[in-house]
Design a binder for this molecule. Sequence first.
Ligand SMILES: [Zn+2]
Length: 168
Amino acid sequence: MTKISLKIYPDRVLRKKSTNVESINDSILSLIHKMEEIMNQNKGIGLAAPQVGINQRLFITKDFSNDNNDNILVFINPEIIEEDKEVESKEGCLSIPGHYDYIKRKNNIFVSYTDLEGAEKSEEFNDMQSIVYQHELDHLDGILFPDRLPKIRKDIFFKKIDKEFKSK
Ligand SMILES: [Zn+2]
């Protein structure tokens, strides 16, 4: 099995489209456990499977409805059904450490996903929970947050990160 570890830009795994999780078996559960460890070690607020080298449609986030944010939410085969109200906020990514920029997202989303027990869920998310969900969902389609910048800012951002990460 692939070694589960945090993948940093420009790792190609970050650009691949992920495939649906077919069944929630032991290897998926241990993947989720490992992702939780990696997210906490790196003080992240969300982590998608491709970021640890696995192109499967699942991600985890902190639970922003919980005051101390200790809880972790797991989203398997996640989708967005409806979205509303544009909002801009500063984003970063564990796979592009040290770089941040302002990205436009939707403040309110209505989503569907499969939970850890295999149940189909639909739910509304707002604010930070909504933004993190959209950021992580993008990872499952090989999209990184700077891809969402307007052309000129996007070119500048990629020039910067290419200089830092591709020369290594
Ligand atoms: Zn990210």
